[in-house]
Design a protein around this ligand. Structure first.
Ligand code: F6P
Length: 328
């Protein structure tokens, strides 16, 4: 029989994402509901190493469901990458008698959690929280929907000025190596072209498409460029190249950057975080370990954490075709 779970640890790690607070709240409240203690670690793995933690109770997470960022803060700990760092972290967890850790973050967080689990026999459960939506085993990650809405709002504003000045705008969005944010925000904002790392369309195609747009009577255009896109060294080089080849275009670049990670989470992200985290606590109390919770077809499921790391979610390239048709 598995050991009774009395104390659950929680942390947020890697790039923060809107909805992480809703996730912390849901874990804390589910623990309170099931009469289980909940300990929050600050700044991800670094907080474990430095023994920075606090007890969380139902009231300490009041009024945070609507807040962006994470009250536990986040970090990308270099120290945790070393064996010594992980030993320190494990010692701290044992000192606090943590039975299982719930890790809210992306693939880097989950990789770290699995190493900790293998080396020190500390069970973990992963909750996917990243704006990139690049985690296998869930259709949506916490924060992705909010980031999409932030990007669409920003591009709507850029469109106003683009059309007032007959300009071409290259808008760079986040996503690391994944094009989910670019593809979906691009369609949502009615972009003329969307460049993603999963599909290298090449420069010639881009030039032809912009040329066609101009000939068809378009006076301004928006090209959404995922930060991981492989055409050119970066979005600035790409814009320069287009300017050289299509000199009649007044081309500008906007890098949306970290604005995409902030802000109040959308209702979708709050509900997603709430559902995933209640499930995470219930799995933990059930003696399950080294799993990741995710949402598939609107059902909350779980899968092996290691297998979630072996694959990457596949982007729906049909959306590129839709975008092509609609930018006629
Ligand atoms: O993983 C989330 C993310 O925002 C990526 O989209 C981006 O590439 C990266 O984090 C930026 O990380 P940092 O805030 O550490 O520069």
């Amino acid at each position: 029989m598995s050991k009774k779970i009395k104390r659950i640890g929680v942390m947020t790690s890697g790039g923060d994402s809107p909805g992480m607070n809703a996730a912390i709240r849901a874990i804390t409240r589910a623990c309170a509901y099931y009469h289980t203690e909940c300990i929050g670690f600050y700044q991800g793995f670094q907080g474990m190493i430095d023994d920075k933690c606090c007890e969380l109770n139902a009231r300490s997470v009041r009024n945070i469901i609507n807040r962006g960022g994470t009250i536990l803060q986040s970090a990308r700990s270099k120290e945790f990458l070393s064996k010594e760092g992980r030993e320190k972290a494990a010692k701290v967890l044992k000192k606090h008698e943590i039975d299982i850790m719930i890790l809210i973050g992306g693939d880097g967080t989950f990789r770290g959690g699995l190493v900790l689990s293998n080396e020190h026999n500390i069970p973990v459960i992963g909750v996917p929280g990243t704006i990139d939506n690049d985690i296998y085993g869930t259709q949506y990650t916490i924060g992705y929907d909010t980031a999409l809405n932030t990007v669409v709002n920003a591009i709507d504003k850029i469109r106003d000025t683009a059309s007032s000045h007959n300009r071409l705008f290259f808008v760079e969005v986040m996503g690391r190596d994944a094009g989910f944010i670019a593809l979906n925000s691009g369609i949502g904002a009615g972009a003329e072209e969307i460049l993603i790392p999963e599909e290298n369309l090449g420069l010639d195609r881009l030039l032809n498409s912009l040329e066609r747009s101009r000939r068809s009577g378009k006076t301004s255009s928006i090209v959404v460029v995922s930060e991981g896109d492989k055409i050119g060294k970066n979005v600035f080089e790409l814009a320069e190249y287009v300017k050289e080849n299509l000199p009649y275009y007044d081309a500008k670049v906007t890098v949306l950057g970290h604005i995409q990670r902030g802000g109040s989470p959308t209702c979708f992200d709050r509900v997603l975080a709430s559902r995933l985290c209640v499930k995470a606590v219930e799995l933990a109390l059930d003696g399950k370990k080294n799993l990741m919770v995710g949402m598939e077809n609107n059902r909350i499921e779980s899968c092996d954490l290691a297998s979630a790391l072996e694959d990457k979610p596949v982007i729906n390239k049909e959306l590129l075709r839709i975008s092509d048709i609609l930018s006629t």
